[in-house]
Design a binder for this molecule. Structure first.
Ligand SMILES: Cc1cc2nc3c(=O)[nH]c(=O)nc-3n(C[C@H](O)[C@H](O)[C@H](O)COP(=O)(O)OP(=O)(O)OC[C@H]3O[C@@H](n4cnc5c(N)ncnc54)[C@H](O)[C@@H]3O)c2cc1C
Ligand code: SF4
Length: 482
């Protein structure tokens, strides 16, 4: 029976019940559960089917949101899932961790007209988590096997999305990753309270079950050059992410108690997997009982402060040089962090770290104020003279963002063309200046979002398919002529 849509007038916006702070601040489990079945469908039925799906435009993947909302509201979950996965290789992961307020939900016509957005991300997750629970998501079985092989460097969302699409087309796919587990930042960067690891593992296991070869603990640059991989495979995708951490400058920043965000988060995630982590055991990468100061205002900083809370820090502060309105991270995450007891020092810039080579006791910071907008329209910040203050700290975490590593040098391929930001230069098919070498994700865009890495990975798969078909056709012509 067809379910009525446009129920926003009678059904109010309601996300899945967020776990209470007292409970969630002590563990690394996701803070939102999946929608219970009637609620998921009910929330989907709020969609006004407006006919001008700005939500779809706001989604980097151009997901067919109004259509799968309608199907979910009618209880036609298998069809909803089928439609959803047609445009996204990782719908339940994007549903969990996309900053929807800046993407689909921020563009929703209901949100714009004051009725509050449809809970698009939560319904997207509800649809695909249901598909997993029902056993609809099976290993990929291509209609025909192709002989051409593709090597993918990097098992993050960009690499995973490309592997999914290429395997469906029948290519022989090998993924190389320098870590011991697949998933990239989904596994070792993003904490479990945003994305529990089994949700990543079932995706990478599915790829393995689909015949994708996973070569882990394999670092391109150390274990093979790009040229050697090109010899081995018909085409290559570089999806290595960006890992060169931006560092603090000023007196005292070299102390052992000033640590990089990703080292800290990786250690925490490893502990979650049950790995022995010496720097965690020693306390260097463990916030328990400490006053923690995190410097930065992006998603990484939010993940650090909330991890520190869960590790049992005595106090957690976040220093950011701009204000709340001008921070790059998701507002929703700031709200969660505040609820969990994190103190934000907006418009504050660290100037020096007090302490010695092995420990710190305070961060000297200065107050900032917003100045005139710069060329990009973003308001510049300037120091308030004589407004320095000290913030007590035993552990300082730098979460200032990431730059691209020097891939041409690391990969032994100095001819690989870079952008002025040091990321890989690609054409409209995601191909670099080297024939048959493609790139996707953060290594192309700079530090970005999972959903953009998925889009790039899928686009690269299309570009690679086009290129590989042309290559196969050329080879057939040559063989016929010979
Ligand atoms: C702490 C943190 C929190 C984040 N939170 C969010 C969020 O909530 N929502 C969101 O949308 N985005 C978030 N992001 C951003 C998101 O994680 C990235 O944009 C996304 O993971 C990029 O995907 P990728 O596939 O390009 O790279 P990655 O996920 O970085 O994966 C790259 C992979 O390549 C491997 N690799 C690198 N070099 C080599 C080599 N030489 N040889 C072999 N393997 C190599 C790495 O080991 C890694 O596994 C967050 C990022 C961080 C750091
Ligand atoms: S992929 Fe992200 S932006 Fe697109 S519909 Fe899902 S949650 Fe929204």
């Amino acid at each position: 029976m067809a379910q009525k849509m446009a129920e926003f007038v009678t059904v109010s916006h309601r996300g899945p019940n967020k776990r209470a702070v007292e409970e969630r601040a002590h563990d690394f489990k996701e803070i939102y559960p999946i929608f219970p079945a009637p609620q998921g469908g009910k929330q989907a039925s709020r969609c006004s089917q407006c006919g001008v799906p700005f939500c779809q435009t706001g989604c980097p993947l151009q997901n067919n949101i109004p259509d799968w909302l309608r199907l979910a509201s009618e209880g036609r979950m298998k069809e909803a899932w089928s439609l959803s996965e047609a445009t996204s290789a990782l719908p339940e992961i994007c549903g969990r961790i996309c900053p929807q307020d800046r993407l689909c939900e921020g563009s929703c016509v209901l949100e714009q007209s004051g009725w509050e957005t449809v809970t698009i991300g939560a319904v997207e997750r509800y649809i695909t988590d249901t598909a997993w629970a029902e056993g609809w998501i099976e290993p990929i079985r291509p209609a025909a096997e192709l002989t051409q092989s593709v090597g993918i460097v990097g098992a993050g969302p960009g690499g995973i999305a490309a592997a999914d699409r290429l395997r469906r087309l029948g290519y022989q796919v090998t993924i190389y990753d320098r870590y011991d587990r697949a998933g990239g930042l989904l596994t070792y960067g993003i904490p479990g309270f945003k994305l529990e690891k089994p949700a990543v593992e079932r995706r990478t296991q599915r790829l393995a079950d689909s015949g994708v070869e996973m070569v882990l603990n394999f670092e391109v640059g150390r274990d093979a050059t790009l040229a050697q991989l090109r010899e081995k495979h018909d085409a290559i995708l570089i999806a290595t992410g960006v890992y060169k951490a931006k560092r603090l400058t000023g007196p005292g920043v070299g102390s052992d108690a000033v640590v990089r965000a990703l080292d800290y988060l990786t250690a925490s995630n490893r502990v979650g997997f049950g790995d022995a982590v010496a720097d965690y055991e020693s306390g260097r990468l463990n916030a328990a009982g400490k006053s923690v100061v995190v410097v930065g205002g992006g998603d990484t900083a939010m993940d650090c402060v909330r991890t520190a809370v869960r590790q049992g820090a005595r106090s957690v502060s976040c220093l950011y040089r701009r204000d709340r309105e001008n921070m790059p991270g998701s507002r929703r995450e700031v709200g969660h962090a505040e609820e969990e007891g994190v103190k934000f020092e907006w418009l504050a810039l660290p100037k020096a770290i007090h302490g010695d080579a092995s420990s710190v006791d305070a961060v000297r910071a200065t107050r900032m104020r917003l100045g005139a907008p710069d060329a990009s329209g973003r308001r510049a910040v300037e120091e308030v003279p004589g407004a320095e203050f000290d913030l007590s700290a035993d552990l300082v975490i730098e979460a200032l963002g990431f730059d691209a590593e020097d891939i041409p040098t690391l990969f032994g391929a100095p001819e690989l063309k870079l952008t002025r930001h040091g990321t890989l230069h690609v054409d409209r098919d995601q191909m670099t200046n080297l024939d048959g070498v493609f790139a996707a994700g953060d290594i192309v865009r700079g530090a970005s979002l999972v959903v953009w890495a998925v889009k790039d990975g899928q686009d690269a798969a299309l570009g690679m398919d086009k290129w590989l078909r042309a290559k196969a056709a050329r080879e057939t012509v040559l063989e016929t002529a010979a």
